[in-house]
Design a binder for this molecule. Structure first.
Ligand SMILES: O=C(O)/C=C(\CC(=O)C(=O)O)C(=O)O
Length: 316
């Protein structure tokens, strides 16, 4: 089966870009124990069908393919995040976690009627957080009404909340997000518009949100999604996505103990190009410029958040 296939009778969304086959070996050597803290598994559709309510149908991206990428790039571990194409059906995620032999943790999506038994099962598989997607193109309705009820159920497990939203929506959601009692992880720096100034009011609000809320962390990931001017992480480019650098570097330097980084493999919904994941790893030293910052971003922070209960498992 070729890697760009979608099995189980599903048809990829028009214009779908398949993940990069044969990423380059990164020039940047990841520190020992590095965690790819944002990636997904998709299907395979024949085994784990895509959710009826999905807004896109991806190409399959299996756990085995993810683990092969992990090894090629030099990561030790993964944090696998439930994407909307699987809705609240976490079977593909749980299967990947179970097969990782302790080298992956997960972030699930659950409904408000989730039971204690179901949560215990997810915890046992390695789930440590729940994701709420506020990006309007990805969901029928934003989950504002169910969040409190779900948080009340997951907080006793020591889990955290992952939120995905766009910069335009932060003013309206600022107070709501600030009231979340658990740790909160914001995907991709709240998707800043990088054509605006990193010193401008829009990004200032995001920085203020992190300052006001010491329980808020963020992933300084997805330059390929945020960048407008590139250059793209293709054909050996060592200084990709320079327009995103000042934003991400600012966050890493101000909040070095609350940042995470991930590849976002297999990069759902990219429209412009599919990056070479090896060159994406080479983006990291542009935003975490010292070995100390790299160690925090790639090893210490994700381990604290995801492996606090088993700091001596595989890879140690
Ligand atoms: O992979 C990501 O982080 C971003 C996504 C997909 C997504 O979040 C989802 O489907 O849940 C996007 O912007 O389309």
């Amino acid at each position: 089966m070729a890697h760009g296939d979608t099995t189980g009778g599903f048809e990829k969304s028009p214009g779908w870009l398949d993940w990069h086959d044969g990423p380059s070996t990164p020039t940047f050597r990841l520190p020992a124990g590095a965690v790819d803290a944002h990636c997904h598994v998709f299907g395979p559709g024949a085994q784990f069908p895509y959710a009826p309510e999905r807004k896109y149908t991806p190409c399959d991206a299996s756990a085995d393919e993810l683990f092969a990428l992990r090894d090629t790039l030099g990561f030790d571990r993964n944090v696998i995040v439930q994407a909307t194409c699987h809705g609240a059906d976490n079977r593909a995620l749980v299967d990947a976690l179970r097969r990782s032999e302790g080298r992956a943790r997960g972030v699930a999506t659950v409904r408000r009627d989730v039971t204690g038994e179901q949560l215990a099962e997810l915890h046992d598989a390695g789930v440590r957080g729940v994701r709420f997607n506020f990006v309007k193109r990805l969901v029928d309705r934003v989950p504002t009404d169910s969040l409190d009820q779900i948080v009340a159920k997951i907080a006793p497990l020591g889990w955290h909340v992952v939120i995905y939203f766009e910069a335009d929506d932060l003013p309206e959601l600022y107070e709501f997000f600030s009231a979340i009692p658990t740790d909160v992880v914001v995907d991709h720096m709240g998707r800043p518009d990088v054509t605006k100034e990193p010193d401008g009011p829009e990004f200032a609000l995001f920085l203020q949100f992190m300052r006001d809320n010491p329980n808020v962390w963020t992933k300084v990931s997805c330059p390929e999604r945020l960048s407008v001017t590139g250059p793209r992480a293709l054909e050996g480019e060592q200084h990709a996505y320079t327009d995103v650098v000042p934003f991400a570097r600012r966050v890493v330097e101000e909040f070095p103990d609350r940042v995470l980084w991930g590849t976002d493999w297999p990069h759902p919904n990219l429209k412009d190009h599919m990056p070479d994941d090896g060159l994406l790893v080479d983006f990291i030293p542009q935003i975490a410029t010292t070995p100390q910052l790299q160690q925090q971003l790639l090893v210490d922070n994700p381990r604290r958040l995801y492996w606090a209960d088993s700091l001596h498992t595989a890879g140690d």
